[in-house]
Design a protein around this ligand. Structure first.
Ligand SMILES: *[C@@H]1O[C@H](CO)[C@@H](O)[C@H](O)[C@H]1NC(C)=O
Ligand SMILES: *[C@@H]1O[C@H](CO)[C@@H](O)[C@H](O)[C@H]1NC(C)=O
Ligand SMILES: *[C@@H]1O[C@H](CO)[C@@H](O)[C@H](O)[C@H]1NC(C)=O
Length: 461
């Protein structure tokens, strides 16, 4: 039986009538299981938040259904929180390969000069360096999220039944359901960009970029398809808004990711005020824009749902008709804001060495502006931006930051790169000499005749 797995019984099939007369047909398979007339003993129920008594009664140690729900949701988050972090592993490997390659690979240049490294091209910088910034932002974010999850998990182990424990469960659920999409999609897109940025070497199997991309890919799907998961996050945010409207509650959560929504009406009144690209390089500019964006999308999503309900649609139909452009965008904007917010706080945190603050500040500013760029239409639509200037300033600031970070890019990947034998990608070798693997060995002449005709027939790699 060594290569077969016995699929664990599904709790939904648990019989409340005890063991007597069970007939089971366990099917062994690597990929699927079929059950026919299977009864599973009541004692096998995963009964942490609810159980079935011998007489068939449902019992639960949680009196408050909200707390029970929070506990159950939080327990599902471990996988998603871990994937958010795991996805960064492949992204960092791909960036290491592509950035080292781009710093050494020379191609063309101004007339009558030597060829220049491809990383000197603005286009190459703009393609890669924002993903480098994203990798740093997500590295910190996924770590801090894991610590949040650990705090929740500790409470669960100690059988903590406070309000705060339940609130943590719900917040972790909302965070995990959107951080997993953000992490796995950023890796997916980033690895693909790295692959293309290395030209033909990018798809040469020995350089590994294709493997890294394929390895990451399933992360976009399991533990919940990214698009479907995002609904959980938007539901959480919409829930806060209606609690505020209905009961006037103060919006405040254990990890403080929604606290700003308490100032919802005032934030919606704010406008973009930067007047130079320089000013835009302060992460505070992107943070303010993101806070407005989340409030705006929250309001729009609520409006959209109400509109559909007032047309006589039921809850299912109303949600069906509110995902695209509304709830989905809302969830993504929220998680990008959370990530940016924590990165920005870390840049100025006491335990961040003063010498690192400038470069981390640039990465943070770039991550903020670059992410924000994908929401420009909404920022204009809602009147946060107006005129041609703001978009131009953001673009100028993105390019300036890419250029400022270009000289540090190799050091920034060296900081998270594994040793060469683990990276295992010749064009990504740490000494920048990896491409030599693809050239003729120094002793090739010993194997060729003196006649130049033979030598010139050899393909030049
Ligand atoms: C779960 O089931 C076990 C075994 O039946 C029982 O000892 C335990 O008290 C149950 N726990 C809860 C929380 O109901
Ligand atoms: C998910 O991502 C991690 C790291 O990028 C990778 O090792 C793993 O194989 C991926 N897929 C699965 C199915 O776990
Ligand atoms: C869901 O939305 C699509 C697109 O508007 C529509 O065609 C479909 O009928 C909707 N389904 C339900 C069950 O409301």
């Amino acid at each position: 039986m060594s290569s077969f797995t016995r699929i664990a019984p599904c709790p939904a099939l648990v019989s409340s009538r005890g063991r007597g007369g069970n007939r089971s047909f366990p099917i062994f398979s690597l990929s699927f299981a079929v059950f026919h007339n299977v009864r599973i003993p009541r004692e096998n129920l995963l009964n942490k938040t609810g159980d079935v008594a011998p007489d068939g009664r449902y019992v639960t140690p949680f009196k408050d259904p909200n707390k029970r729900f929070g506990e159950s949701l939080g327990a599902l988050s471990g996988g998603r929180v871990s994937i958010t972090r795991m996805a960064q592993v492949n992204l960092k490997l791909a960036l290491t390969v592509a950035i080292r390659f781009s710093a050494t690979r020379r191609q063309f240049g101004p007339p009558n000069t030597e060829e220049i490294p491809v990383l000197e091209y603005q286009l190459q910088q703009w393609r890669l360096i924002p993903y480098l910034a994203a990798a740093y932002a997500l590295e910190h974010f996924s770590k801090s999220l894991f610590m949040n999850f650990a705090e929740f998990q500790l409470g669960a182990m100690m059988k903590e039944k406070s309000e705060r424990q339940a609130d943590m469960g719900r917040e972790i659920h909302a965070l995990g359901c959107s951080s997993k999409p953000l992490g796995s999609w950023t890796a997916q897109r980033g690895i693909q960009e790295c692959r293309e940025a290395c030209g033909g070497h990018g798809y040469l199997a020995m350089n590994r970029l294709g493997d890294l991309r394929n390895d990451n890919d399933p992360n976009c799907t399991y533990e919940g398809d990214n698009n479907v998961l995002l609904q959980q996050t938007s539901n959480y945010l919409l829930g806060w808004l209606s609690a505020k409207h209905r009961d006037g509650v103060r919006i405040e959560s254990p990890f403080h990711t929604v606290d700003f929504l308490d100032h919802f009406p005032q934030i919606l009144e704010t406008k973009f005020t930067a007047t130079t690209a320089e000013q835009c390089m302060d992460p505070a500019v992107s943070l303010a824009a993101y806070r407005w964006l989340v409030c705006f999308l929250l309001d729009e999503s609520r409006r959209r749902l109400e509109e559909q309900r007032s047309e006589g649609k039921d809850d299912f139909e109303a949600r069906n008709g509110s995902q695209v452009y509304y709830c989905r965008s809302l969830a993504l904007a929220y998680i990008e804001l959370c990530c940016l917010q924590r990165f920005s706080a870390q840049v100025s945190a006491e335990d961040t060495p003063a010498g690192l603050r400038p470069v981390l500040g640039q990465l943070c500013a770039l991550y903020g502006l670059w992410s924000l760029s994908s929401h420009m239409a909404t920022l204009y639509q809602g009147g946060y931006l107006s005129g041609r200037k703001p978009n131009e300033l953001v673009q100028m600031a993105v390019l300036a930051l890419c250029s400022q970070l270009k000289d540090d890019a190799v050091a920034l990947v060296d900081a998270f790169a594994p040793p060469d034998f683990i990276l295992n990608s010749p064009i990504g070798n740490a000494d920048g000499q990896g491409h030599k693997v693809l050239e003729r060995p120094s002793w090739w002449k010993e194997f060729s005749s003196d006649k130049p005709a033979v030598g010139s027939l050899r393909p030049k790699l």
